[in-house]
Write a protein that binds this ligand. Structure first.
Ligand SMILES: Cc1cc2nc3c(=O)[nH]c(=O)nc-3n(C[C@H](O)[C@H](O)[C@H](O)COP(=O)(O)O)c2cc1C
Length: 184
């Protein structure tokens, strides 16, 4: 199976989850993990499975203003937060809006604060909706991976992401290959 993982990450947690999902897809899969800032260089229709994940900001996907707020929070003395090198290279919302009509198998995940989802919101819902709007078929329910209020991954979330990747691989392994892009 060939899988493309496109992620957005300000502080590195979503990148770590993306890398754990990639490990879970298994040795039998060809996997490319790409920060959203580099996603314009790959064709997301060219894979058996597209997996897209990003941080939850203000109950949904990031926006320019929330990314600025994330950078300001990291710049505060003693924040303990380190910005990812490509954190200022654009967001998933903008990339997903640029996709146009596509087809293929996809899955969505987010990272969010460890609290009830109705309080925190979930970026993966919006990511999934935009993927479906572009014509992708979601092969799994959007999934959340949890961080503490100090922006550290909750214990065992990388292992849970690896297991989620394994389930995606076994689910998509039996599906027909992506039919490729469709015309409007
Ligand atoms: C500006 C901003 C807004 C946020 N809003 C939310 C929110 O509404 N719900 C939530 O669960 N987490 C929220 N968070 C926490 C992020 O979800 C968390 O920082 C992110 O999952 C960490 O992923 P990253 O390390 O890949 O950036 C917010 C963080 C920032 C910086």
């Amino acid at each position: 199976m060939r899988a493309l993982i496109v992620y957005e990450s300000m502080y590195g947690n979503t990148r770590k989850i993306a890398e754990a999902v990639a490990r879970g897809l298994g040795d039998g899969s060809e996997v490319q993990v790409v920060p959203v800032g580099d996603a314009a260089e790959v064709d997301p229709s060219d894979w058996d499975l597209l997996i897209v994940g990003g941080p939850t900001h203000a109950h949904g996907m990031t926006r320019g203003t929330s990314r600025d707020a994330a950078a300001e929070a990291a710049a505060k003395p003693g924040s303990g937060l380190t910005m990812e090198p490509a954190a200022d290279a654009g967001g998933l919302r903008e990339w997903l809006d640029s996709l146009g009509r596509r087809a293929g198998n996809a899955a969505a995940f987010d990272t969010r604060i460890d609290a009830a989802a109705f309080l925190t919101g979930r970026a993966s819902k919006g990511i999934g909706r935009k993927l479906e709007h572009s014509g992708f078929t979601l092969v799994a329910e959007p999934e959340s991976f949890l961080v503490t209020s100090h922006n550290e991954l909750v214990a065992d979330e990388e292992e849970r992401a690896r297991a989620w990747g394994g389930r995606l691989a076994s689910g998509v392994g039996g599906r027909p290959a992506s039919p490729g892009p469709v015309a409007d």
